[in-house]
Design a protein around this ligand. Structure first.
Ligand code: BGC
Length: 364
């Protein structure tokens, strides 16, 4: 069996036996011997993660959760990361298809390259799934994600809760314009905050590729443009929130200006505990990875996957069968939720200077 070094092949166990029908019950990692054919090869799933920079979640949370989900299901899988390069994602997809994946899940870097990957996969009989980000104009059989409009609503409500009803100047630092989720986050946040008359938007900009460093420069400019009169910042994820906090720190305002986030990263939770970030949004990687594994297995078996509803592709008008999970807002009051759910460990979050904040908030 040919294997790329980035690939992990696990043995056929439990449920996968019926998928692979290979008669090889070894869990030694060698999988089925030889190349099985047609429906027998059903069980191999490829997942391509987008990058390592836009959020730490992809490598620190999604990859291990996906590995655990596929291993538990006894499904052969390969996970790779496109490192922010759409061409590289295309090459990885080609090589995974060449290696016999029958289901390919991608977190697209932009809809155009994602749709092209899906079209090519379909032409070779490979089913596709949009993992986390919907590919506009794409052809994925399923979309597995969280309800991203709700993520934005939680961020908007979280910021409003931190600000109260006072007059407040608000800046939006949105995610990448190439990420459909970023559009949904911003829409969700606006749907809450636009209804509060005492708030004024004094700046709003998207951050290309969610680039955390560029976010510093962009927010610095928005901050200067508003004469430093910024009372609250809707930052689309923890990385962008961290960028905002660093600028506020430089201006002696960290902790005074509420900033939102998303992903419940170690840094995000630490900022929440330290009071420099008002909230984050927890989206369990385990739930999302499990949903992906379940959906991929159903597809591989030619069965219908369980869905929560349809999502309309705003470009093509296509209704995409979807599994959308519920995100959860995290503030100082409920950081423990993430720890209890093993979304992060107390050891990581409460390390060093953050130990005292954990103690104050009763987090352990
Ligand atoms: C994901 C977020 C993530 C962002 C940057 C979005 O599509 O839903 O969880 O922070 O991309 O990677």
């Amino acid at each position: 069996m040919k294997r790329k070094n980035s690939m992990v092949v696990v043995g056929m166990l439990g449920v996968a036996m019926s998928l692979a029908a290979c008669g090889d019950d070894s869990d030694s990692g060698s999988g089925s011997s030889g190349e099985s054919t047609s429906s027998e090869a059903a069980g191999k799933v490829g997942v391509i993660l987008p990058d390592t920079e836009s959020s730490v979640r992809w490598e620190s949370a999604d990859r291990p959760a996906l590995e655990a989900a596929f291993e538990e299901a006894g499904v052969e899988y390969a996970i790779d990361n496109a490192e922010g390069d759409a061409e590289r994602m295309t090459q990885i997809a080609d090589s995974m298809i060449g290696d016999g994946v029958t289901v390919l899940a991608i977190v697209n870097l932009d809809s155009k390259s994602g749709a092209a990957i899906q079209e090519k996969a379909a032409s070779q009989g490979v089913a596709t799934i949009d993992y986390d980000r919907l590919t506009l104009g794409g052809s994925a059989e399923y979309y597995v994600s969280f309800d991203n409009t709700v993520v934005g609503e939680l961020q908007g409500q979280g910021l409003a809760d931190c600000l109260g009803e006072k007059d407040a100047n608000i800046v939006y630092l949105n995610g990448s314009p190439t990420d459909n989720n970023a559009t949904l986050f911003a829409e969700g946040a606006h749907s809450v905050l636009d209804g509060i008359d005492s708030y004024t938007i004094v700046g709003e900009q998207a951050v290309p590729e969610w680039d955390n460093e560029e976010a510093v420069t962009i927010f610095q400019q928005l901050y200067t443009g508003a004469d430093g009169k910024v009372d609250g910042v809707l930052a689309a994820n923890d990385g962008l929130g961290g960028a905002v906090i660093s600028v506020l720190e430089g201006n002696g305002q960290a902790g005074e200006v509420p900033v939102t986030g998303q992903d419940a990263t170690v840094e995000g939770l630490q900022n929440v505990l330290a009071g420099t970030q008002c909230m984050t949004v927890y989206k369990s990687a385990k739930l999302e990875a499990d949903a992906l594994a379940k959906t991929a297995i159903a597809l591989a078996r030619g069965e219908e996957a369980e869905t929560t509803g349809m999502t309309m592709d705003s470009e093509s008008g296509r209704e995409v069968p979807s599994i959308l999970l519920e995100p959860e807002a995290i503030t100082q009051e409920n950081v423990q939720v993430v720890i209890d759910d093993e979304g992060q460990s107390a050891a990581d979050v409460c390390a060093g200077e953050f130990a005292k904040f954990c103690e104050e908030a009763g987090v352990s």
